[in-house]
Design a protein around this ligand. Structure first.
Ligand code: PMP
Length: 317
């Protein structure tokens, strides 16, 4: 059975950022009926225009998530229009080119009251924004990851493949332990064999071996990252062979280069991986050659510094 995602959303209004009121028995508070998205707006170098990166992809992902969570969702047009309207209303908060971006956070949640376990009777879609700089304190320098063997973020048949709030609750403990030990973040393994790479708490993972790029395939337990998809296309147009397949932790440890992708992290090189107490380092504290090339092509496109042959950016003026 398919859940019906075609609800009715009234035309949204702009409101000053502030608290919102919900019933204590709202679906989102009791049964985790919540989805979110994340995308960025960049200011062009001459300061004139603002660019959004593939907002319709976020709309599609939210709709796919809504189907899994039995929620109604805005149409692609409603979603993109709402993003544009919110960003334009907050134009002055978009940092100058090269100094960061405006992070855009759409939320969809069950705000109707429900006591017995069931989808909520009403939903709210809202968007808030915040200027951001680099995600990791390392900046664009290599990050240090620990491979997690005890905790998992997703199970086959679960909700790991959609951007629902509960997936993030599942990683808080492992992430806190890792950060307290000085690691940048956690890399999760599959929960059946505990040996195939899944993803990092908030980004996808790639390895490079002999110039071939590999990344875990999408099969319901990892988020289909929009940056992941874009990097695969960029890499292929740059002449690289890219494989989406099961990648083992042994291959990770023997890779020439490792990097992560995500809206927040963009393309972040991995400097070291620790697995079962053993630490493996990559490169010499710098970007790997392949990840640097992909980073440059992607960010030039996102910031409007190169011709957008892919037609991925949406121009707001
Ligand atoms: N995996 C997870 C768990 C994430 O939270 C994110 C960030 N949205 C990603 C991967 C990367 O997705 P995207 O490139 O669309 O930001």
């Amino acid at each position: 059975m398919k859940c019906n995602i075609d609800g009715e959303f009234s035309n949204g209004e702009l409101q000053r950022f502030g608290n919102i009121e919900v019933s204590p028995s709202a679906g989102v508070l009791n049964y985790g009926q919540g989805l979110f998205e994340g995308l960025k707006a960049y200011r062009k170098k001459d300061g004139s225009n603002i660019l959004l990166f593939r907002p319709e992809e976020n709309a599609i992902r939210m709709r796919n998530g809504a189907e899994r969570m039995c929620m109604p969702a805005p149409t692609i047009e409603q979603f993109v229009e709402a993003v544009k309207k919110t960003v334009l209303a907050n134009k002055r908060w978009v940092p100058p080119s090269g100094k960061g971006s405006l992070y855009v956070r759409p939320l969809l949640m069950g705000t109707g009251a429900v006591l017995g376990l069931a989808p909520a009777p009403e939903y709210t879609f809202l968007i808030y924004v915040s200027p951001v700089g680099n995600y990791f304190k390392e900046g664009v320098a290599p990050i240090n990851l620990i491979v997690e063997s005890e905790f998992h973020r997703a199970t086959p048949g679960g909700t790991g493949g959609v951007k629902t709030i509960g997936n993030y609750a599942a990683v808080l403990k492992a992430q806190s332990i890792a950060k307290a030990k000085g690691y940048s973040d956690v890399l999760y393994l599959d929960c059946v064999y505990n040996r195939f790479l899944e993803e990092v708490s908030s980004c996808n993972i790639f390895i490079v071996k002999d110039n071939v790029i590999s990344t875990p395939e999408i099969k319901g337990t990892i988020l289909p990252g929009i940056t992941r998809k874009s990097i695969i296309d960029v890499a292929r147009t740059q002449g690289f062979q890219v494989e989406e397949r099961n990648v083992t932790v042994d291959e990770l440890l023997e890779a020439d280069e490792v990097f992560c992708t995500g809206t927040a992290v963009v393309v972040s090189p991995v400097g070291s991986i620790t697995y079962k107490g053993k630490r493996v380092s990559y490169g010499e504290g710098t970007f790997g050659t392949v990840s640097k090339q992909l980073y440059t092509v992607l960010t030039s496109l996102q910031m409007g510094l190169s011709e957008d042959n892919m037609k991925w950016t949406v121009n707001l003026s």
